[in-house]
Design a protein around this ligand. Structure first.
Ligand code: ATP
Length: 337
């Protein structure tokens, strides 16, 4: 029956960028004799207004029974869907590679992987109201820091071998203090050079000298913010893919949100979603020892590069192509590659 892929189209531009990606996948299936059993599940704002719940139990079950999952962005229900799925399946590593693609105007040339701790920090959602006070608890544990530091060490060892630990321990002495200490301890087991830098300085250096970074290891909220910044340095939020990885499950998604301002206009950039599927193929290939998936991933990226070089770009990256035109063109390219 092939690989079961759970798919959440999501809100805003989610359905459009999903449909473009699905069209590209059909071409990969034909070329590599692959069979993806794609099952669609509901989640997000639209789902909440239709079904009264943002993340139905069928969606959770569907994810549980899938080989891999991918989702488009959701709007205001992000905490109830994206963050909830990450927590339910302990998808503790958020991997966000950012690099330049051809023919896209960028701020600077950049090639970094942001490794963001994905299970705790302020995103645990422990918020309280006390009369005229609002309180949020920031959780940073040794266990979560060690395991995310290992992910950063492994990734950096296969790249330039530099990990920059980003935190704010001069102010958040206990939480960031623990993160910094434990991350450095754990990274000493890897053949990598370890730097550390405060998050405010990191955000400035990222714009001025992105080549000072190879792998950035950071906490949940800092990683969320820095990865949007990094994607914009590369040209657009619309080209940033990501992976949420746990011990046995993984969920892939573009880093951008539902972009309601451009929804329904067929102008959303589908490359972040398409490249998220490429990350899914790479992950599934390693998990299932299926080389066809790796080849399909590589063909998919080559097709993206070719399409960009030939001017297949949406308005956010300086083009005039429609979302679905890019899907159709990539489909054709892959068939003929
Ligand atoms: P979130 O908090 O869920 O990440 P957000 O409201 O911060 O969402 P996004 O929805 O990511 O922000 O988008 C910010 C703006 O960037 C959008 O309004 C849109 O104009 C642009 N944008 C985001 N994604 C895309 C895309 N795929 N294609 C084109 N433009 C995009």
């Amino acid at each position: 029956m092939g690989y079961k892929i759970a798919w959440i189209k999501g809100d805003g531009i989610g359905p459009e960028i999903s449909d473009a990606t699905l069209h590209v996948i059909e071409a990969l299936e034909l070329k590599y004799n692959l069979n993806f059993n794609i099952v669609f599940y509901e989640a997000g704002d639209t789902c909440l207004s239709k079904m009264g719940v943002a993340l139905p139990s069928e969606t959770i079950e569907g994810f549980k029974n899938s080989d891999a999952a991918i989702k488009g962005p959701v709007g205001e229900t992000s905490m109830d869907v994206t963050v909830k799925l990450r927590q339910l399946f302990d998808l503790y590593a958020n991997i966000r590679p950012v690099k330049n693609y051809p023919n896209i105007e960028c701020v600077k040339s950049i090639d970094v992987v942001i490794v963001r701790e994905n299970s705790e920090d302020l995103y645990k959602g422990l918020e309280f109201e006390l009369e005229n006070l609002a309180i949020a608890l920031r959780i940073i544990s040794e266990h979560a820091t060690r395991r995310i530091a290992r992910v950063a060490g492994e990734i950096a060892a296969k790249r330039k071998g530099i990990v920059t630990v980003v935190h704010k321990s001069n102010v958040l002495r206990k939480t960031c203090g623990l993160f910094s200490k434990v991350a450095k301890e754990e990274l000493s087991n890897y053949p990598v050079k370890v730097n550390e830098i405060y998050v405010d300085a990191a955000s400035a250096i990222l714009i001025k000298n992105p080549d000072r970074f190879d792998v950035i290891l950071t906490t949940n909220m800092f990683g969320d913010i820095l990865s949007d910044e990094a994607a914009q340095i590369a040209g657009s939020l619309g080209i940033g893919p990501s992976a949420n990885i746990g011990e046995s499950k993984a969920l892939f998604e573009p880093i951008h949100g539902a972009a309601p301002d451009i929804a329904g206009k067929n102008i959303a950039n589908p490359y972040a979603m398409i490249l998220s599927f490429k990350m899914l193929l790479d992950w599934l290939s390693d998990k299932k020892y299926d080389k066809r998936l790796k080849e399909a991933a590589s063909t998919l990226e080559s097709a993206v590069i070719k399409a960009l070089n030939m001017g297949y770009k949406t308005p956010d990256i300086g083009g005039d192509k429609k979302t679905n035109e890019i899907g159709h063109f990539l489909h054709k390219l892959i068939k003929n590659l």
